[in-house]
Design a protein around this ligand. Structure first.
Ligand SMILES: NC(=O)c1ccc[n+]([C@@H]2O[C@H](COP(=O)([O-])OP(=O)(O)OC[C@H]3O[C@@H](n4cnc5c(N)ncnc54)[C@H](O)[C@@H]3O)[C@@H](O)[C@H]2O)c1
Length: 244
């Protein structure tokens, strides 16, 4: 019997960590639906003629994007095994200047979208006994000034993930990955001290996140793992930083 090709839907896949996840899964033989905004460079990263990739232009804050993505994947591949909620944005602004619209934009992109996508994908994921991975952040647990909306959204995403693990189990496993500093642009331009401050001795790469996402989507390797939050930060959140 021919092996069934598994299908994943990844948000924010035009750039950075999301693109690395899409490429890695594709290299492992997954078929991948990629959602990203118009103008995000989605077409640049993935040739439209690639047979195992479906590009879906849309805004994850909108209900219709989740519906369109599910329709596109059902038509093309007829199944869904994995959902990766990766799209995210950050706003740094003092609290007194942060508008309600700016607050909502971050919360809706980073948190509400995961609810909308999971709701749209639930039936297909249950049928496939699939898995969900959300991409949160170590900022769910620690902060710099002026990042309230981002930290709140990521804290919410960590909590949403364990709540979903309970509601959707045992059919669907749900796990969260919380990266620290993942350099998505010019890794070679990083300074020695950027690397040295990490207990692991280096800054993270998108591939570091892609590896664990692939593991968590694969029921044969991670079938006993659900409701967990994996911190991928080179040890930074374990490090005491009191001044000497
Ligand atoms: N890079 C890091 O150091 C780091 C650390 C912790 C967490 N994260 C998280 O990892 C995820 C990916 O981060 P990244 O560094 O690759 O970011 P990035 O900006 O390089 O890529 C994010 C992608 O999401 C897309 N996107 C944004 N809003 C969207 C929307 N409304 N609808 C559809 N797509 C949208 C963007 O167009 C972009 O392609 C984010 O959730 C981010 O919060 C990143």
């Amino acid at each position: 019997m021919p092996e069934v090709k598994r299908v994943a839907l990844v948000t924010g896949g035009a750039n950075g960590i999301g693109r690395a996840i899409c490429r890695y899964l594709s290299g492992l033989g997954w078929r991948v639906g990629v959602i990203d905004l118009p103008g995000s460079g989605l077409g640049r990263g993935f040739p439209p003629q690639a047979r195992n990739i479906v590009l879906i232009e849309g805004d994850v804050r909108e209900e219709k994007t989740a519906a369109r993505a599910m329709a596109a994947l059902t038509e093309r591949f007829g199944r869904l095994d994995g959902l990766v909620c990766n799209a995210g944005i950050m706003t740094r602004k003092p609290l007194r200047r942060l508008t309600l619209a700016e607050w909502h934009r971050v919360i809706d992109t980073n948190l509400t979208a995961a609810f909308l996508l999971t709701r749209a994908a639930e039936t297909a994921l249950r049928k496939a006994r699939g898995a969900i991975v959300t991409i949160a952040s170590t900022r769910a647990k620690m902060s710099e000034p002026n990042t309230e909306s981002y930290s709140a959204s990521k804290g919410g995403l960590v909590a949403l993930s364990h709540a979903l693990a309970i509601s959707l189990g045992p059919d669907v496993r749900v796990n969260c990955v919380s990266p620290g500093w993942i350099e998505t642009k010019d890794y070679a331009a990083l300074r020695r001290k950027d690397h040295a401050q990490h207990p692991a001795g280096r800054v993270g790469k998108p591939q570091d996140v892609a590896e664990i996402v692939a593991f968590l989507l694969d029921a044969e390797r991670s079938g006993f793992v659900t409701g967990a939050n994996f911190i991928i930060d080179g040890g930074m959140t374990r490090k005491m930083i009191y001044d000497e």
